[in-house]
Design a protein around this ligand. Structure first.
Ligand code: ADE
Length: 363
């Protein structure tokens, strides 16, 4: 069903141009080499709110450790969270795990093939269902994420505004146009092409219109009044790096588990908080910048001897002295891992060096 603005012919031209560009320019990403719906599901959940560069390495470790939905379903939650460490938004990992357990016990370990049935699983929303169904099973269903919305609004000259303040009318128009444009022949590639265009050319602030394959179809062409993000808030935080040496197990670090009732990163392990974030300069062991959602933290880390732990820190959860090998395997917050790597206590892996990743959504 074509709208007034998008007759059949124009839709076909746009599909042809965008898919040709995608075939020439697509990034070679590990999840694009599989049709396994479970692996595609994992990649799409990781890709929500996280940059592709941060996901690549984590995706590979994750599917290596949990190669099937059933393997994931049987894993302890802490192990799933440990493999998610650094990606942030841990609620996604918990929901993925729960949905895998649901599918393992109620669906014989198999994900359904259609978007409608996929949506019945806990934690699978319209976006993820459409991505899995179109990419793994070729269903002609549109994926609409923030990138797709921006691209379509610009193509049509619709003033997008911020996502949170979008009117239902505009959301409806975007969804109808997205549904109408999906290629019937290559729906998975079409959806990925549109997201790819938004991610690498049709950028929020600096769109590359001169090399865009859709420039001749676009009503906006460079006059992109994208609403700027609100400025990040800045906050100070202080953490204790307490180390001790135990004869049997070598060096140990003191970690604290965030309580299960916290809205942000429940159950993850972090360094104990300092009672006073204003660390005297001669006691400062490092400062780290860390962004979590819309807040930029300036984190002071103080080296604290075992005997000083009680006076210098505030207890927020269960504490445990753990060996560095054990810490490496635990579900650490991204910040704790970053500090331990900077202090040369944990090995830096590529994915852990990606700075300033958002860490957690408020549930
Ligand atoms: N963003 C989220 N999923 C994506 C995909 N499959 N391809 C490109 N960008 C994406």
């Amino acid at each position: 069903m074509a709208t007034d603005a998008w007759e059949q012919e124009k839709s076909e031209g746009v599909r042809r141009r965008l898919l040709a560009w995608y075939d020439r320019s697509r990034r070679d990403l590990p999840w694009r080499r599989t049709k396994d719906s479970y692996a595609i599901w994992v990649s799409e959940v990781m890709l929500q709110q996280t940059r592709v560069a941060a996901v690549i390495d984590r995706y590979q470790s994750f599917v290596q450790r949990f190669p099937t939905l059933v393997a994931l379903a049987h894993a302890p939650e802490q192990e799933v969270l440990a493999l998610w460490s650094g990606l942030g938004y841990y609620r996604r990992a918990r929901m993925l795990h729960k949905a895998a357990q649901f599918a393992a016990s109620h669906l014989k370990g198999k994900l359904p093939a259609t978007a409608t049935e996929l949506r019945l699983l806990p934690g699978i929303g319209a976006y993820t269902a459409a991505a899995i169904a179109s990419i793994a099973h070729g269903e002609q269903v549109a994926v609409v994420d923030g990138n797709v919305e921006r691209v379509l609004c610009r193509l049509e000259g619709w003033k997008a505004g911020r996502r949170s303040s979008r009117t239902p009318q505009l959301s409806g128009k975007i969804e109808r146009l997205a549904a109408q444009l999906v290629s019937p022949v290559r729906p998975g590639d079409w959806n990925q092409a549109l997201m790819e265009l938004g991610a690498i050319l049709c950028l929020p602030l600096n769109p590359q219109c001169d090399v865009c394959p859709l420039v001749s179809d676009c009503k906006t062409r460079g006059e992109h009044q994208t609403t700027p993000r609100p400025p990040m808030k800045t906050r100070e935080a202080g953490y204790a790096l307490a180390l001790r040496t135990v004869r049997a197990s070598g060096r140990q670090v003191l970690l604290e588990q965030r309580s299960a009732t916290q809205t942000v990163m429940p159950g993850l392990w972090e360094l104990p908080s300092l009672a006073d974030a204003a660390v005297p300069e001669d006691e400062l062991c490092m400062t780290v910048r860390h962004a979590i959602m819309q807040v930029n933290y300036r984190v002071s880390v103080r080296s604290v001897a075992e005997a000083e732990v009680v006076t210098l820190t505030v207890v927020g959860g269960e504490r445990r002295w753990v060996s560095l090998d054990e810490a490496e395997q635990m579900a650490l917050t991204g910040l704790a891992r970053k500090v331990l790597i900077r202090a040369h206590l944990l090995a830096a892996k590529i994915h852990h060096t990606i700075a300033q990743e958002p860490e957690e959504d408020v549930v």
